[in-house]
Design a protein around this ligand. Structure first.
Ligand code: URP
Ligand code: ZN
Ligand code: ZN
Ligand code: ZN
Length: 505
């Protein structure tokens, strides 16, 4: 993945160990936040930004980073990753160590991963399992969303405990992957209503899984067994339909909805339309969808084609541009990666049947530079919008702001300085002008002049509190306004005859 030198050492005391290394002065650059750019120095101590401005007075023994000619931005937040996820009979290949190391190398200083609880299991058990996996491995800060694969009293109780005691504020429903994650509409309504009550954000993987399954069976029966079958079996209409359905169900529950991995432009437009109707909802395109297209499924090299298999699949080449424009206008809100990598021998589980190819692609290391290259260098986004799309908006939606997503006094010292430049990588061959020169994670200099110096276990779990104001402040008013029209009509009771159904037989 990254060829920079890696220095590994377990920091037993964790994040809070301080040394002069942790006192940093970033000098001479331009600070970019989502709402403006300012020439300023940034002083960091104890993992926190202590001063932002010019002519700062700082103690001696401070490491000075010369940021002349550089932009100083909030570290990236990737709100959608799957590290070491048990999935399709195997585990995604990046664990919380290699995955967060890659994140930091690319300027992402926080990931939000998904507790992947299979149907029938306890959400709490899987939450604990993920915490145990991640806590000892993460090189950067992380948070967790929780997948809800079923509905019932136990699920409702566990969701409440997760929100009230465990730092969880978002739950994801799947409309695909039957018998593993797929929820029926009424189950999804229950989850959305529970989210609304708890002050959580509902997330959805929007694809009509049942129709896709039938289509895939037919394709295999017709002799299409290669990775192209994955794409043929999951037409855009199935994503558009599911997105529209999820939006309607969320609106019914008055629950904020965050649609992950928006791969279809029309699905994006469904989200945009709902936003224009006033619905509190968000769409997340991913790096793969913004930079790649479905021509890869036609590649004659099986490995290449299978390497691009993810769900929903990559779409036709015109899609990227439309997704980009919606990101620029704010119709789509955040960018993730859905980083979920499988090695060649894992992808090969589906060598004779595309339905068994583990779904997932890379991106956690690439997102920031790919977005800079395809978004900023092309004039689609300005640097402030880049910061919003890669960091600030995710911090706001998931209630991490302004601890994360901002360069300001009191914010976590998660910082990336941007200079221009960047096994199987779907972005391979792309020339990128933007790459992280220095990356600071929790006040630690983890990329130093492009040298990677991460510490296993140095990251922290960051609890995400319920009722994010950015999401809920408007939602509560809207809910009241909506229900104001729903009143029973006062009228005289009907007192005429009623037919006897039994007599009708
Ligand atoms: O293909 C994908 N997207 N793999 C990861 C799991 C998911 O659906 O997000
Ligand atoms: Zn998904
Ligand atoms: Zn190839
Ligand atoms: Zn995912």
């Amino acid at each position: 993945m990254n060829d920079a030198k890696v220095q590994i050492g377990v920091n037993k005391l964790g994040h809070h160990v301080q040394s002069s290394q942790n006192r940093l002065l970033i000098k001479g650059g331009k600070v970019v936040n989502d709402d403006g750019i300012q020439e300023a120095d940034v002083y960091v101590e104890g993992g926190v930004i202590k001063q932002v401005g010019t002519g700062l007075l700082t103690p001696g023994g401070v490491r000075v980073i010369d940021a002349a000619g550089m932009l100083i931005m909030p570290g990236g937040i990737d709100p959608h990753t799957h590290m070491q996820m048990p999935f399709m009979g195997t585990h995604s290949a990046d664990d919380f160590y290699t995955g967060t190391r890659a994140a930091l190398a690319g300027g992402t200083t926080m990931i939000i991963d998904f507790v992947a609880c299979p149907r029938g299991d306890s959400l709490m058990d899987w939450y604990n399992k993920y915490r145990a996996w991640a806590d000892e491995k993460v090189c950067c800060d992380y948070g967790l969303h929780v997948i809800v694969p079923q509905w019932g009293d136990k699920t409702a109780n566990e969701m409440a405990t997760l929100v009230k005691e465990k730092g969880i504020n978002s739950f994801k429903c799947f409309m695909a992957y039957r018998n593993v994650f797929l929820l029926e509409d009424d189950e999804m309504l229950n989850v959305f209503q529970a989210c609304r009550k708890l002050g959580a954000v509902a997330q959805v993987h929007a694809e009509n899984g049942k129709i896709i399954e039938r289509k895939a069976e037919q394709l295999v029966a017709d002799g299409i067994r290669g990775p192209e079958g994955h794409s043929y079996s999951r037409p855009e209409a199935m994503e558009i339909e599911a997105t529209t359905r999820a939006l309607a169900i969320a609106d019914e529950a008055n629950c904020p909805l965050y649609v992950v991995h928006v791969m279809s432009a029309e699905a994006g437009e469904a989200i945009s339309k709902a936003r224009r109707r006033g619905q509190v909802c968000y769409g997340e395109p991913i790096a793969a969808g913004l930079a790649c297209d479905n021509s890869s499924y036609q590649h004659t090299c099986w490995r290449h084609a299978a390497g691009h298999v993810l769900s929903p699949p990559l779409r036709d080449p015109s899609t990227k541009e439309r997704l980009w424009r919606m990101l620029a206008t704010g119709e789509l809100t955040c960018t993730g990666t859905d980083h979920c990598v499988f090695k060649a021998d894992q992808k090969a589980l589906g060598k004779d049947d595309f339905r068994r190819i583990p779904n997932g692609v890379n991106g956690v290391e690439d997102r920031m530079s790919v977005l800079w290259e395809k978004g900023v260098e092309t004039g689609i986004l300005d640097p402030c919008q880049f910061v919003a799309a890669t960091s600030t908006n995710a911090a706001k939606v998931f209630n991490l702001y302004p601890q994360k997503g901002r360069i300001a006094v009191g914010s976590d010292a998660d910082i990336v300085t941007h200079h221009q430049n960047v096994d199987f990588n779907i972005f391979e061959g792309m020339v990128c002008h933007g790459i992280a020169e220095f990356v600071i994670s929790g006040g630690r200099l983890v990329v130093d002049e492009r040298q990677l110096k991460v510490t296993q276990g140095a990251g922290r779990f960051v609890p995400m509190p319920a009722f994010p104001p950015y999401v809920y402040n408007r939602l509560e008013k809207r809910e009241a306004a909506k229900s104001a029209g729903t009143v029973a009509v006062a009228r005289d009771a009907y007192d005429g005859p009623v037919i006897d159904l039994k007599a009708e037989q």
